[in-house]
Design a protein around this ligand. Structure first.
Ligand SMILES: NC(=O)c1ccc[n+]([C@@H]2O[C@H](COP(=O)([O-])OP(=O)(O)OC[C@H]3O[C@@H](n4cnc5c(N)ncnc54)[C@H](OP(=O)(O)O)[C@@H]3O)[C@@H](O)[C@H]2O)c1
Length: 340
């Protein structure tokens, strides 16, 4: 089978090679999927840049999510069948014609599910669900800030928060403001030109926010935490700020890491505010049942039309470099997908 292999860190046109690789074999609790398309995630950009500690050593096949058909079923898998149309979260290995994954990271989807929508359901809607339904709950009337709200996970969080009846503050760069409005974001904020914390304080006064979803990290995290009112929850699930400018820079990494600030559990207790970190790789590794529950719920919301994933760009495998460039350029809205 063919796979797009990360052979060196750096610019996308030099980073990947299409290579012949051995067919993966499903172990007892796994399935092998014939991949129609795989999704890109921001973590792939960080891995390509050499800024992602969880990425496998090079040469590596990246890829967290695929859509395709079940090609092989492991001996202990009872609830999946050959030929079913599925979406799946892969623990890397997704940039290939065939990918194996734990059967609990797989969900059956309707036959007509488009590639961009299907791949968004796993990593991006799955992450959003885990952040907003498993580790915290959103209640009607709560004031919720979603950073990078026009992105893949951001779009999913906005749809979930609006469904739960929240008042949503969403940040994104200038060209994405209309998209935020169309999604129903109550207060779109262009955070490249406006200080989001000042903008929210003007609207909300001292009452503060109930929940902040932060995927940017560093100073953005610290400012978001300060906006929380009593009972407020900060859900931290990314550090996109580590790669500003598209270059690996230890100075940048240290600046972002120190920008988060220092926190004490005593302060969490006395101010009744908290911070929750989410890493879906750890959940996939150590809580596969929670991942299964998450994906089932996500697909249920998709079938009911509550979740409406947006395809941000569809590229052919020959355009993998362009797809990476596009996601890294911060111009994409919704899911970027690559078809074989
Ligand atoms: N913890 C987990 O398990 C997990 C799982 C999935 C994703 N994530 C994280 O969630 C975030 C979103 O992932 P995604 O795949 O859905 O990507 P995405 O949101 O579609 O793309 C990233 C977006 O973030 C915004 N952004 C803000 N500050 C940025 C910066 N300093 N550098 C680059 N982009 C910046 C950009 O849009 P604007 O500038 O217009 O806002 C950009 O389009 C990423 O940080 C990713 O690492 C975490």
């Amino acid at each position: 089978m063919k796979a797009a292999v990360l052979v060196r860190n750096g610019a996308p046109d030099k980073a990947f090679e299409i290579q012949e690789r051995p067919m993966p074999q499903a172990q007892a609790q796994e399935v092998c999927i014939q991949v129609e398309a795989f999704g890109l995630n921001f973590a792939d950009v960080m891995a390509r840049r050499g800024l992602y500690d969880d990425a496998p050593p090079k040469p590596a096949v990246l890829g967290y999510d695929v859509i395709g058909r079940i090609h092989e079923v492991g001996s202990e898998v009872r609830d999946l069948e050959l030929g079913q149309k599925v979406v799946a979260m892969t623990r890397f290995g997704g940039y290939a014609e065939y990918a194996v994954t734990d059967a609990r990271a797989v969900a059956v989807v309707p036959e007509d599910t488009p590639a961009g929508e299907g791949t968004a359901l796993t990593t991006q809607y799955g992450t959003a669900w885990f952040c907003a339904e498993e580790v915290t709950r959103l209640h009607k009337g709560e004031h919720v800030l979603i950073q990078a709200a026009a992105g893949g996970v951001g779009t999913a969080l906005v749809q979930l928060a609006k469904h739960r009846g929240c008042i949503v503050y969403g940040t994104a760069s200038t060209p994405k403001q209309d998209y935020l409005r169309q999604m129903g974001v109550d207060y779109p904020i262009d955070y490249r030109h406006t200080d989001f914390a000042e903008a929210i304080r003007k609207i909300r006064g001292e009452a503060g926010l109930d929940v902040v979803f932060d995927s940017i990290g560093g100073a953005s995290f610290k400012k978001g935490y300060k906006l929380l009112g009593s009972g407020g929850r900060m859900v931290a699930y990314g550090a996109a700020d580590m790669i500003t400018g598209g270059k690996k820079s230890m100075f940048r990494v240290l600046k972002v890491a120190s920008g988060f600030g220092l926190y004490s559990p005593i302060n969490f207790l006395t101010s009744s505010r908290g911070v929750i970190g989410v890493n879906m790789l750890r959940i996939a590794d150590n809580r596969p049942e929670a991942l299964k529950r998450t994906l089932e719920n996500v697909v249920d919301f998709y079938k009911k039309g509550i979740f409406k994933p947006k395809t941000g760009g569809e590229f052919h495998i020959d355009q993998l470099a362009e797809a990476h460039d596009f996601l890294e350029s911060r111009k994409s809205m919704g899911k970027v997908v690559v078809v074989w």
